[in-house]
Design a protein around this ligand. Structure first.
Ligand code: COA
Length: 261
């Protein structure tokens, strides 16, 4: 992949920390950054030892303050469709990522930034985080999956209110909405995010992956199909080494050590 200008990736044990760094523009998401996100998540998907990803914005002002408005200014009907399609595709790649992806939101998560956080499986925030969809004030709508994903997370009533008013909400309100799972002090955001992700990655990687798969499948399918999918995934896990380890460890009153097989 091409050299990274706006992203950096650090590996810490079995976790990757992907940091967005375009602080002069409040980490606004331009086309190059979108391509870098695709490249980074594609590369990370090859790492078989990886158990989770944290996506964070550098600096304490912003996670991502939306799509780059300077780039938006040049779009026409055709290029607008194409840009929205690219954003939807890359964000769906993140949603389909094999391990849990946690957005750690520090400062602004606006427009495309909020959509990026929604494409992650889970979100936590620092006390100074602000979430919102200012698009209607620019004469557009969220186009990177926001009108689809927001309702799933916060419910239709709150989603339509956020998108039609364009108002920002605080971290506490976002927690109340279920948009974030927890709110931390700004200087503890990364360490607490690691702990939070650790409370997931200590479990069987296969079970976590299939739980994510089943939960997302159920969002888009009728109950009857979702039960079939759940049943199939459950069957795939039964008898695996991880299951034997998990059940065995419980019976032997010790902590399990999962190998992901
Ligand atoms: N796209 C491009 N540039 C952006 C940006 C965006 N989405 N958000 C912020 N910036 C740039 C500003 O233009 C400014 O650049 P400059 O210093 O070269 O002029 C820099 O980031 C700092 O932003 P500034 O507006 O001065 O900071 P602030 O603290 O006064 O305000 C915000 C913060 C987030 C309220 C304000 O920047 C804002 O409203 N941004 C746009 C949010 C938005 O509509 N996002 C959705 C796009 S679809």
């Amino acid at each position: 992949m091409t050299e990274l200008e706006y992203l950096s990736v650090e590996k810490e044990n079995e976790i990757a920390i992907v940091a967005i760094d375009r602080q002069g523009k409040l980490n606004a998401l331009n086309y190059k950054m979108l391509q870098e996100l695709e490249g980074v998540f594609t590369d990370l998907s090859q790492d078989e030892n990886l158990r989770g990803v944290i996506l964070i914005g550098r600096g304490n002002k912003s996670f991502v303050a939306g799509a780059d408005i300077e780039e938006l200014a040049d779009l026409n009907r055709q290029s607008g469709r194409s840009q929205s399609g690219e954003g939807q595709r890359v964000f769906t790649l993140i949603e389909n990522f094999r391990t849990p992806v946690l957005a750690a939101v520090n400062g602004y998560a606006l427009g495309g930034g909020c959509e990026l956080a929604l494409a992650c499986h889970l979100r936590v925030a620092s006390k100074n985080a602000k979430f919102g969809f200012p698009e209607v004030g620019l004469g557009i709508i969220p186009g990177f999956g926001g009108t689809v994903r927001l309702s799933r997370v916060v419910g239709f009533g709150r989603a339509i209110e956020m998108i039609l008013t364009g108002n920002m909400i605080t971290a506490d309100r976002a927690e109340h909405f279920g948009l974030v799972s927890a709110v931390f002090e700004p200087d503890e955001l990364l360490s607490r995010s690691k702990d939070f992700l650790g409370s997931i990655t200590r479990h069987s990687p296969q079970a976590i992956q299939k739980a994510i798969q089943s939960l997302y499948f159920a969002q888009d399918s009728r109950a009857i199909e979702s039960f079939i999918m759940e049943n199939d995934l459950f069957g795939q896990l039964t008898g695996t080494e991880d299951m034997k380890e998990g059940v065995g460890a419980f019976l032997e009153k010790r902590k399990p050590v999962f190998k992901g097989v």
